[in-house]
Design a protein around this ligand. Structure first.
Ligand SMILES: Nc1ncnc2c1ncn2[C@@H]1O[C@H](COP(=O)(O)OP(=O)(O)O)[C@@H](O)[C@H]1O
Ligand SMILES: [Mg+2]
Length: 264
């Protein structure tokens, strides 16, 4: 059975795109078939996996897939095990299209269904082809994020150890609850992933502890630290990245925890 996982939080710079990219890589190394759906108009995970500028995917992206409720024409093959449904800046027009039927190309493509279930319906056309579908989301509680949550079995709540991320968590949890009511899939919280932790800062440590006190049942034990080789995955990708082993070290522990949780 296919397992669909979203990484989300409405704050930027919390390692969402990096984590989705790394998970795709680790799953593929384990021989799993993976589809990565990029639901962020920034197209960061698209660029990471394809090593191409996201503008290359204009007219051939997740936006067109959503408008046609069928991703098959828009899937880009990354390698033997990873497929990508890429995004670019035009995904920012998703909301307008959803409520007016007007595409950015000026076509009229009306959508009559539940506005939160467009992605769910779209992915259903290909779900059986994959062991895992991973969804990257935008730093906002917009329609694309709601669609991602409604199309997922699990969500990883990304927590960058700072005050502004701490204050983002309650509203994100509310959005998860709404998705649980709207979609029959009933997304489960896989866990809260503490990330970008600066080991030299006492305030980072304090936020790590606070989130653990607030959500003791769901935080992952693994805490990802701020490390240059992880940051440089965005530069070098996964092919011929000489420091990849170093970059993936901490992620392997998180990956183990995640697999235990989603397979149980
Ligand atoms: N653990 C880490 N250590 C250092 N840099 C990181 C780490 N995780 C992500 N980065 C870098 O921080 C920035 C934000 O990460 P990103 O994955 O784009 O976050 P988001 O998708 O939540 O906005 C990127 O430049 C990325 O390369
Ligand atoms: Mg991102």
């Amino acid at each position: 059975m296919t397992i669909t996982i979203t990484a989300g939080i409405q704050k930027g710079g919390c390692s969402k795109s990096t984590t989705i990219g790394v998970l795709a890589h680790l799953l593929s190394e384990d021989g799993h078939r993976v589809l990565v759906a990029d639901l962020d108009s920034q197209g960061n995970v698209s660029e990471l996996l394809s090593q191409k500028p996201s503008n290359e995917f204009i007219g051939r992206s997740v936006l067109e897939a959503l408008q046609e409720l069928d991703p098959r024409k828009y899937i880009y093959t990354v390698n033997e095990n990873i497929d990508l449904l890429p995004a670019n800046n035009f995904l920012a027009t998703f909301q307008r299209w959803l409520y007016t039927g007007k595409s950015y190309k000026g076509e009229y493509i009306p959508y009559k269904g539940n506005p939160s279930l467009v992605l769910e319906q779209t992915l259903n056309k290909v779900r059986d082809n994959y062991d895992f579908i991973l969804i990257d989301t935008a730093p906002s509680l917009s329609e694309t994020t709601t669609n991602a949550l409604c199309a997922s079995d699990y969500v990883i709540v990304m927590f960058e150890c700072s005050n502004w991320c701490y204050s983002a968590i309650p509203n994100f949890m509310d959005s998860i609850e709404v998705a649980q009511e709207v979609s029959e899939r009933g997304v489960t919280i896989a866990g809260i992933l503490r990330t970008m932790n600066d080991v030299r800062r006492s305030d980072s440590k304090a936020f790590n502890e606070m989130i653990e006190e607030d959500y003791p049942e769901v935080v992952f034990d693994t805490i990802l630290t701020r490390k240059a080789p992880i940051g440089r995955i965005s530069l070098y990708g996964f092919e011929s990245n000489r420091e990849l082993t170093q970059a993936l070290e901490q992620y392997k522990n998180f990956y183990k925890e995640l697999m235990q949780r989603v397979k149980n």
